[in-house]
Design a protein around this ligand. Structure first.
Ligand code: SF4
Ligand code: SF4
Ligand code: FES
Length: 248
């Protein structure tokens, strides 16, 4: 085991300022992950040149790979800082912010675009929560299994980070919201908005902008079958298009 951990962190002081690299060396402890390293630097913000610097800024919340907020590019791959163990990484470890969202500071980015795209496809089940409406509708076990897999999406953005079609010049919503359309359209109550959701992904920035590069499915830390979702939604969109043409 190494006695120290070497980190190269890409930093930025302001949203529009030039990024720069800063290096840190920490004493090794078994079981450390990237967040615990960032916390060590926060306690003692001194770089390898011995200069006092500012603590690194990043986002986190659940610390158990559920919320997706700590996603950053670690050794060239977008992943969650809370579940990325130091022992599994080659050193020096490079840490960069995600590149497909506007930078705020250091490793913190503004992921709002992803949440706006979920709103665009109505990624929710419309229920009236003002009174008890009893147990929810039943689903068959096969659909439940698919729904469970799709519901594990934590809006981490890894699938968007690797997608060649998702960038600040395109309107493409990316694989995660398309997969959420599949999830909510298969729910007995969620079906209520099925046509609106399909319409949202049939227009510009939707399914037709997917280049089918399939990088999203490899990048998803929850192993969600994103390309199957895209394929399924393409079939549903075609049916919807014919229905509209026939005026039904
Ligand atoms: S299949 Fe390719 S283009 Fe389509 S969402 Fe996935 S990575 Fe992006
Ligand atoms: S589909 Fe996977 S990679 Fe994409 S946001 Fe959801 S969990 Fe992250
Ligand atoms: S802090 Fe929630 S996924 Fe890492």
């Amino acid at each position: 085991m190494p006695s120290t951990i070497s980190l190269r962190i890409k930093r930025r002081d302001e949203p529009d300022s030039e990024p720069y690299w800063e290096e840190f060396e920490l004493p090794y402890r078994a079981g450390m992950n990237i967040i615990s390293c960032l916390m060590e630097i926060q306690k003692k913000p001194i770089n390898t040149k011995g200069e006092k610097t500012t603590p690194i800024v990043w986002d986190d919340s659940c610390l158990e790979e559920v919320c997706g907020s700590c996603t950053m590019v670690i050794n060239g791959r977008a992943r969650q800082a809370c579940s990325t163990l130091i022992d599994r990484l080659s050193q020096p470890i490079t840490i960069e912010p995600m590149t497909k969202f506007p930078s705020i500071r250091d490793l913190r980015v503004d992921r709002q675009k992803m949440f706006e795209n979920l709103k665009r496809v109505k990624a929710w089940i419309p229920i009236d929560g003002t009174h008890n409406i009893g147990p929810g509708p039943r689903m068959n076990p096969a659909d439940q299994q698919i729904a469970y897999e799709l519901s594990r999406c934590m809006t981490c953005g890894c699938c968007l980070e690797v997608c060649p079609q998702f960038n600040d010049k395109s309107d493409f919503i990316g694989a995660a919201p398309i997969s959420q359309v599949r999830l909510f359209n298969m729910h007995p109550t969620g079906k209520m908005y099925a046509d609106e959701r399909l319409d949202a992904i049939m227009g510009g920035g939707g399914l037709e902008d997917c280049g089918n590069a399939q990088m999203c499915v490899e990048a998803c830390p929850k192993n969600i079958s994103l390309t199957t979702s895209i394929g399924e939604m393409e079939k549903e969109a075609t049916k919807r298009m014919f229905k509209k043409l026939l005026g039904s």
